[in-house]
Write a protein that binds this ligand. Structure first.
Ligand SMILES: Nc1ncnc2c1ncn2[C@@H]1O[C@H](COP(=O)(O)OP(=O)(O)OP(=O)(O)O)[C@@H](O)[C@H]1O
Length: 294
């Protein structure tokens, strides 16, 4: 990717009035496709998303979209941005079609015919044609998220920022939402912030882990996994047995499945464990000295 294309973030810092340093020098290069931003609660993901969406100013650093300085001229990005926040502001009594229509009008889609065509195409894209006449109050969590994506896509944005989209969705709704997002990523830059590792595993061609306001690992999932091949081990432990120091521990019907990192463990019960993105995530946090509840 040329330095002039995509989203380029350098040295971004943000300290809130209460003294919390939410971003402590974030560098990020995001090209077309879907980019995953992972991190535990409080890592700074929403702070980064809000700053990139120009909803708040950083204290230091730069943001460029396709070579244009966003902090000097935020309108360039705003005109090209679709933003799906954690919580959609609700207009419960309004139908999806009407709200989308008003929103598109506010975004400058003043030609009635073009606006209606765009809205119908968006409703189709997010699979809400059948329910478009219904009040938003009757929507499930998954439908609301898909509606949020339709809102974010008004005006065919170059950059789509999606903050924690799948929390609380059942597997079928999550799947549907993922398929919509994957379609969107075929045409624009999508930055997906989440603490659900599987979302990134399923969707993203590149990812970063943010912790304590800093990027602690970055790369393509396949490369990150390959780098840990042969260095992860797992063993079952019964309920009540004392557990060794672990990278992370997964519950199993018999007790626990313990995953450790490093040279072959002395305990012969351990066998090779094929690296998963979850392991990379825990490893990055451990190496950065972040306490995790594994
Ligand atoms: N408006 C604010 N004023 C003061 N502190 C804030 C504000 N917003 C966030 N913080 C603090 O900044 C840090 C980073 O928060 P942020 O919400 O960006 O993290 P996050 O990774 O999105 O976490 P979560 O997954 O829990 O939403 C936290 O310590 C949080 O308490």
């Amino acid at each position: 990717m040329s330095v002039d294309s995509g989203l380029q973030v350098r040295g971004l810092r943000k300290r809130y009035n209460n003294g919390v340093e939410a971003l402590r020098g974030v560098d990020l290069s995001v090209g077309p496709g879907m980019y995953g931003l992972l991190g535990p609660n409080g890592a700074g993901k929403s702070s980064l998303m809000r700053t990139l969406a120009t909803l708040q100013l950083p204290d230091a650093g730069s943001i460029h979209l396709d070579g244009v300085d966003v902090l000097r001229g935020p309108d360039h990005l705003r005109r090209r941005l679709g933003y799906l926040p954690q919580q959609l502001g609700a207009y419960p009594g309004v139908s999806a079609r009407d709200l989308l229509d008003r929103f598109a009008w506010l975004k400058g889609r003043t030609d009635n015919r073009q606006r209606r065509e765009e809205i119908e195409a968006l409703l189709d894209k997010v699979n809400l044609q059948q329910a478009a006449h219904r009040a938003l109050a009757t929507y499930s969590g998954g439908m609301l998220r898909r509606f949020g994506i339709a809102m974010a896509l008004v005006g065919s944005p170059r950059l789509v920022i999606v903050d924690e989209p799948t929390a609380g969705l059942d597997p079928a709704e999550r799947n549907r939402f993922h398929r919509v997002l994957a379609d969107v990523a075929a045409e624009s830059i999508v930055l997906l912030s989440t603490h659900i590792v599987e979302d990134v595993e399923n969707l993203c061609s590149r990812l970063a882990v943010l912790a304590g306001g800093q990027i602690i690992v970055e790369g393509r999932p396949a490369d990150l996994l390959a780098a840990e091949q042969g260095r992860l081990w797992e063993a079952p432990f019964s309920r009540g047995e004392s557990l060794p120091e672990a990278l992370h521990v997964a519950a199993s019907p018999q007790g626990s499945r313990v995953i450790v990192h490093g040279e072959r463990p002395a305990d012969p019960r351990f066998s090779p464990h094929a690296p998963r993105l979850e392991d990379i995530y825990y490893l990055a946090l451990a190496q950065a000295g972040e306490a995790v509840d594994a």
